[in-house]
Write a protein that binds this ligand. Sequence first.
Ligand code: ARG
Length: 260
Amino acid sequence: GSDTQGSKAPLFDKLPKKIQKAGVVKVGTDAAYKPMEYKDGQEIVGLDPDLANAMGKQLGVRFEFTNGTFDGLITSMQTGRFDMIMSSMTDTKDRQEGLDDQGKKVGKGVDFVDYLTAGSSILVKKGNPENIKSVDELCGKKVATQRGTTSHEILKKQIDECKKNRERPLTIEPFDNDDEARVRLKAGGVVADISDFPVAANAAKSGNDFEVVGEQMESAPYGMAVSKGNDKLSGALKEALTKIIEDGSYEKALKKWGVE
Ligand code: ARG
C-alpha cells in the first residue's frame, strides 16, 4: 500500500541502519531461471522479485536485483556487491559453512531464510527420444547443467555411480546459466538438462520443445542468503516473509507464476 513507505512501514525498524539509510536492499541473482527470476527487457522479473517486492512493502524499502553468475553470487555478496542473494538458491550445509564441493573451506559461509521448496528435474527433448527416466540412465551420455548448482552436484555423484556399476562414463557439460544449457539441449548436443523443477516445468510448458521426465530429486528449501552473522537483515527478512504469508501475497505470487 501507498501508506507503507519508508520509516512508516510496519517492519522498517527491524532493518539494519545501513539499509534504512539507503532505502534499498541490493539483491544478487542469476536472472536466467524463468519463472523464478529472468530478464524481461532490462527488467529482472519473476517469482523471487515479486516476493521481494511484497516484503519491501512491509519493510518500507526497495529490493533492487542485480544480475550475476550463479556460481559467483556468494563471493560477490561477501565482497560487498550486494546485501543478500535471492536466486532460487538451495539452502545447503556447504553454503552455510562456506565449503566447496570437495569440502574445502573457501568462504565464511552464509545464513539462509528459507522460503520455498524445490528439487531437481530432468528435462529432455519432447517425445523423450532416449527414453530416459532417471539419472541412472544417463551413464554413457552427455548432459548439460548449470555450473555450481545442486543439479550439478547430483550429476557429479552420478558420474561415480556409473563408474561403480562399470557402465560407460557420464559426461557433464556445465554452463554458466541454465538458458545456455537448454539451448544446447535443443540443438541436440546433450540428451538432457538438469535444473530445478519449477524451471524445467516452465520450459516444458512454454513451447513444444521439451518435456520433464522422472521424479523430482532431492527436494530441499530455497533460502534467501545473507552474509554469515548478518542477523539483523535475516531477522527482518524472516518477519517480512511471515507477514506476506499471513496476508496472502505469498500465495498469490506463487499462483501468478505457476509455482506450487
Ligand atoms: N537451486 C539450485 C541451487 O541452489 C539452482 C539454483 C539456480 N538459480 C538460478 N537463478 N540460476 O543450486
